[in-house]
Design a protein around this ligand. Structure first.
Ligand code: FES
Length: 104
């Protein structure tokens, strides 16, 4: 990612360890996931019914929706448990100078 296309999202130190952290950017809510293999991010919107995934249960690389327990792999956004059938929208992430950055 080039520097011009990235923006700071949150300091790495502010992330909930091994959990999901909510970050608001304008009117969007972004879910930032701290996992054993790195940091990932997605829009917080569940593709099944629009629930806020930041209120879900997070384990390893899987976010479980708080509303109907659909689940997604945060690494690629793919649904891995019904009733979720459509991928969630993932965002490109990198870490620079202690900041989690996303591509915009
Ligand atoms: S709203 Fe997320 S599984 Fe239904």
């Amino acid at each position: 990612m080039s520097n011009t296309s990235c923006r700071d999202l949150i300091a790495v130190d502010e992330l909930e360890k091994n959990w999901v952290t909510r970050v608001e950017v304008g009117r969007k809510i972004i879910a930032v996931y701290d996992t054993p293999t790195g940091i990932y991010a997605s829009l917080a919107l569940c593709t099944h019914g629009g629930a806020d995934l930041c209120d879900g249960y997070f384990d390893d690389h899987v976010i479980e929706c708080p509303l109907h327990q659909g689940a997604f792999d945060v690494r690629d956004g793919q649904p891995i448990a019904a009733p979720a059938t459509r991928a969630m929208r993932t965002l490109q992430v990198r870490v620079r100078d202690g900041q989690v950055q996303i591509r915009i």
